[in-house]
Design a protein around this ligand. Structure first.
Ligand code: HEC
Length: 128
């Protein structure tokens, strides 16, 4: 009988260990795919980025609303003069930091859209 309870205890230990090792890391965030060095990224601010702002952000970030003003007419100057973007350095850019997983604005945007914004910053914050 003593042997049996020892076995049950052992079995429970094994099961617990198995469950613990199955823990999923929800913080894993797909890294945006950027073109290899030396390749020009074809991303366009006007055609790829502004429509995201118009669709997902300007209900709050309109002129006279919360900063930055992300309306088509003002988004570029608001982002650059307000230091929300650091050219070629998305990880240091408040815009990207607020949109990536865990960021304060991440619930308003998809991962794919955030990846476009990452690429736009990485390509040098062009007003193209
Ligand atoms: C429901 C309203 C709402 C929506 C939608 C929204 N935001 Fe915001 N956003 C806010 C508020 C409120 C703040 C904080 C403003 C402040 O503190 O002055 C903020 C702050 C920010 C900041 C500044 C963060 C910082 O660290 O300084 C950025 C950048 C930003 N939002 C980007 C976006 C983008 C891009 C979108 C669209 C994908 C978006 N927001 C959608 C309400 C919103």
């Amino acid at each position: 009988m003593k042997n049996l309870s020892l076995r049950i205890l052992l079995l429970m230990g094994v099961i617990l260990t198995l469950f613990a090792s199955c823990e999923y890391d929800f913080n894993v965030y797909p890294q945006p795919v950027v073109p290899p060095v030396g390749t020009e990224d074809t991303i366009s601010f006007a055609q790829d980025i502004v429509p995201i702002f118009t669709d997902k952000c300007i209900s709050c970030h309109k002129t006279g609303g919360f900063a930055p003003d992300l309306t088509a007419a003002n988004a570029y100057s608001a982002l650059t003069s307000g230091n929300y973007v650091v050219a070629k350095n998305p990880d240091e850019s408040d815009l990207y930091k607020s949109l990536k997983a865990g960021g304060s604005m991440s619930s308003y945007i998809t991962v794919d859209e955030t990846a476009l914004i990452y690429r736009w910053i990485y390509a040098g914050v062009k007003n193209n």
